[in-house]
Design a protein around this ligand. Structure first.
Ligand code: NAD
Length: 262
């Protein structure tokens, strides 16, 4: 997507007019913040989520504000639903230029309590789901011959083990290496693949009293002394989706206010 680039103005760097983006898990938290930011930059955005009610409501929020957006129900563990998601982007908006692979879950379970079913569930969504979306999206991008940008939401937990998150941390470490390998394989097609590793971010998915207590305990290890907001991850997604990142592929941007340093 990013051509060999001349010097561009700030406005040109971040202008996504004419681009089409998919955000998986876009009905909530970090995903919705990404969908909104990309739409604000001019992209047409397809929100894909398991949760139809929230997905349709959030899409309406964007269309009511005159942004280009649509919703498709998609479970990222199901190949045919991912094919339908990509086909919907093509049918509705004319192609696919950007995909943000954000859908994920972070259930807490000690390894001594873990069974294969619980392990598989986390891996199916967080790791295999990202692989399947990368696969189908890159096939579409290659067919279009205009390059593209794949942005995977990993986690600072890929580099920083936490008790109770064996499956989650492993799945996100997998996303990190998947990103690097795909960057190498897809570069000849001008498809740039990067990931973002957020630290603790306040979202709907981690708003139970137990989650809030857990995050409070981590505060003294976050150098900025606070939990992050979803839009602070969406800003990095915008950077990676835009021409401001024209010389970046195969990178992970740790966005954790210093949590992994402590
Ligand atoms: P969230 O729970 O608020 O939102 C996740 C969204 O994904 C929901 O809308 C949910 O319906 C959707 N989803 C879940 N399973 C799905 C599936 N199989 N197919 C399609 N959609 C599905 O979560 P969040 O906190 O915004 O996290 C988003 C991503 O960011 C996840 O990958 C998570 O691992 C990662 N992350 C979050 C944090 C954090 O502190 N919140 C930190 C690091 C990484």
């Amino acid at each position: 997507m990013v051509e060999e680039q001349k010097y561009l103005s700030i406005g040109e760097l971040f202008d996504l007019s004419g681009k089409v983006a998919i955000v998986t898990g876009g009905a909530s938290g970090i995903g919705f913040a990404c969908a909104k930011r990309l739409a604000e930059a001019g992209a047409a955005v397809l929100i894909a989520d398991l949760n139809s009610g929230a997905g349709k409501q959030k899409t309406k929020e964007l269309t009511t504000a005159d942004y280009k957006a649509a919703f498709v129900k998609c479970d990222v563990t199901q190949g045919p639903q991912i094919t339908n998601m990509v086909n919907t982007a093509v049918k509705t908006f004319g192609g696919l230029d950007i995909i943000v692979n954000n859908a994920g879950r972070y259930p807490k379970k000690l390894i001594t309590e873990m069974d294969v079913k619980a392990w598989d569930r986390v891996m199916d969504i967080n790791f295999k789901g990202v692989f399947l979306c990368c696969l189908r999206a890159s096939q579409q991008m290659i067919k279009q011959e205009r390059g593209g940008s794949i942005i995977n939401i990993a986690s600072a937990s890929a580099f920083h083990p936490t008790i109770g998150f064996t499956a989650y941390d492993s799945s996100k470490a997998g996303v990190w290496m998947l990103t690097r390998t795909l960057a190498v394989e897809l570069a000849p097609h001008k498809i740039w693949v990067n990931s973002i590793s957020p630290g603790p971010i306040q979202t709907e998915g981690c708003s139970s009293p137990e989650d809030i207590t857990f995050n409070k305990r981590r505060l003294n290890r976050i150098l900025m002394g606070r939990i992050g907001r979803p839009d602070e991850i969406a800003n990095v997604v915008l950077f990676l989706a835009s021409r401001a990142s024209s010389f970046i592929t195969g990178s992970d941007i740790v966005t954790d206010a210093g949590w992994t340093l402590t």
